[in-house]
Design a protein around this ligand. Structure first.
Ligand code: 5GP
Ligand code: ZN
Length: 115
């Protein structure tokens, strides 16, 4: 836990989040400012700043986040229609919270191309 980190505080329960999944490694909660009918953030319980800060021992953990996204897509009813997983990294990508997270977006046709 990093004291100033918003997502660490949501994971610990210090700040309220609409939590939709939790286990010993990861937590998923609804984005406060959704940009799609389903917009969920999936985060590791431990503080990792970004993809750039990842260590090789954390590879399994990141795979676990993707697997959770797949399960949530099913429970949210968006698996068949399709969905998008996004992890913004650094300023050019618009990362605003420096606790690694995956956006799960779905429930509408998404714009493409990105960038
Ligand atoms: P980023 O821009 O870093 O990829 O995404 C950060 C996301 O966190 C944004 O989509 C933003 O809406 C969301 N967010 C910011 N503050 C809060 C909060 O207090 N609670 C929740 N649930 N989401 C938040
Ligand atoms: Zn954190």
């Amino acid at each position: 836990m990093t004291a100033a980190c918003l997502f660490c505080k949501i994971v610990s329960g210090e700040i309220k989040g609409e939590i939709v999944f939790r286990d010993d490694q990861a937590t998923a909660f609804r984005d406060i400012n959704p940009v799609a009918p389903t917009h969920i953030l999936i985060v590791p319980n431990q503080h990792i700043e970004s993809v750039t800060a990842l260590e090789s021992k954390e590879e399994q953990l990141i795979g676990h986040l993707v697997a959770i996204a797949g399960q949530l897509a099913q429970s949210e009813g968006i698996a068949e229609g399709g969905y998008r997983l996004i992890t913004n990294t650094g300023p050019d990508a618009g990362q605003t919270i420096f606790h690694i997270h995956m956006h799960l977006l779905g429930g509408q046709e998404m714009k493409y191309p990105m960038g």
